[in-house]
Design a protein around this ligand. Structure first.
Ligand SMILES: CCCCC/C=C\C/C=C\C/C=C/C(=O)SCCNC(=O)CCNC(=O)[C@H](O)C(C)(C)COP(=O)(O)OP(=O)(O)OC[C@H]1O[C@@H](n2cnc3c(N)ncnc32)[C@H](O)[C@@H]1OP(=O)(O)O
Length: 283
């Protein structure tokens, strides 16, 4: 009954799923909701590597708001690409950036993290490709991570000469603990899927995208006999202090970010990193 009334808020059904976009035109984020289960698949689709720019984050943020309003039964976050889940922040948002744009950009990233980390329904990251830095952050924000074998994941900020913000760090610490996080963060470690599974950074390994997606769907079955309210409230209690640490300091966090990336040595490092990316290819 609940499912029916919640789903009746969604736009037209097509082949058992409802496609949906907050702007009416699907662009960088495509949301489909399964008619039977009420589970939403949020597909990031910004070629070539789903790097996070202002436009993608703005769409993702409004999709998350709509999913919250429409009482989705769960979210699977995945990539359109089998190679890259998300390459993290689009370096062009930090390199030689304008104050107005970078302010909007960072605020949108904060907003997405707050909404995803605190989403009331169960969330799964179907990590069907590499997930460095901001890509890893999106995966860490979900409750469960299924990752395709032979990919990489981690917060590699120090390798770029930048510092992962406190809320990135907290998201990692809450999953793999302080000691493992300290080593990983200070060395900018990118874990292979196999390594990530060993330390609990991901929960399951999959053969390919299809396998990862079906394993992601299995996660929701754990809650078949659990009250949705009890589940959601428990999640909220567990995550509240981590979320509040950013909510109370958004302005300060924004200033720190802008101040940090404007430093001459950081700008120089980002420029060199961009150049090195253009020269290198990952097998
Ligand atoms: C003290 C107070 C602290 C306050 C905080 C201050 C600062 C910190 C703030 C933020 C933290 C930063 C978070 C980030 O997310 S930074 C981004 C980190 N990302 C990476 O390091 C990933 C880089 N990319 C890769 O490793 C690879 O691209 C890949 C993801 C493994 C995919 O490899 P593949 O071989 O499939 O693709 P290509 O490498 O050929 O890439 C294709 C194309 O995309 C361009 N590109 C890749 N990544 C990015 C990116 N993140 N931003 C912009 N552009 C990217 C790449 O250059 C290629 O471009 P081309 O023109 O050559 O086609």
């Amino acid at each position: 009954m609940f499912l029916r009334s919640a789903l009746s808020l969604w736009p037209l059904a097509r082949n058992g799923t409802r496609s949906y976009s907050s702007t009416g035109v699907t662009k960088l984020v495509a949301v489909t909701v399964d008619d039977q289960t009420g589970i939403a698949t949020v597909n990031l689709q910004r070629p070539p590597v789903n790097s996070l720019n202002l436009e993608l984050l703005t769409e993702l943020s409004s999709s998350l708001t709509d999913l919250e309003k429409n009482k989705s039964r769960g979210i699977i976050l995945k990539s359109y690409s089998d190679a890259v889940f998300s390459a993290g922040i689009d370096i062009l948002e930090m390199y030689k950036c304008e104050e107005e744009r970078v302010t909007l950009f960072w605020s949108a990233l904060q907003e997405v993290w707050i909404k995803l980390y605190g989403h009331f329904a169960p969330t799964v990251a179907c990590i069907n490709g590499h997930a460095p830095a901001g890509g890893c952050l999106l995966a860490l924000s979900c409750e469960y991570r299924v990752m395709v074998k032979e990919k990489t994941i981690g917060l590699n900020e120090t390798k770029l000469g930048i510092v992962a913000p406190q809320w990135f760090i907290a998201s990692l610490v809450n999953i793999i603990g302080q000691r493992q996080s300290e080593v990983a963060l200070t060395t900018g470690k990118m874990f292979t899927t196999e390594e990530a599974l060993r330390i609990g950074l991901v929960d399951e390994m999959a053969e390919n995208t299809e396998d990862a997606f079906s394993k992601s769907l299995e996660f929701f079955k754990k809650f078949k006999n659990i009250s949705p309210f009890a589940r959601a409230q428990t999640k909220a209690f567990i995550r509240e202090s981590t979320i509040q640490a950013l909510v109370k300091n958004r302005e300060k966090d924004l200033k720190m970010f802008i101040n940090e990336i404007r430093k001459e040595n950081v700008q120089k490092g980002l420029g060199q990193y961009l150049e090195s990316l253009k020269k290198r290819k990952v097998s």
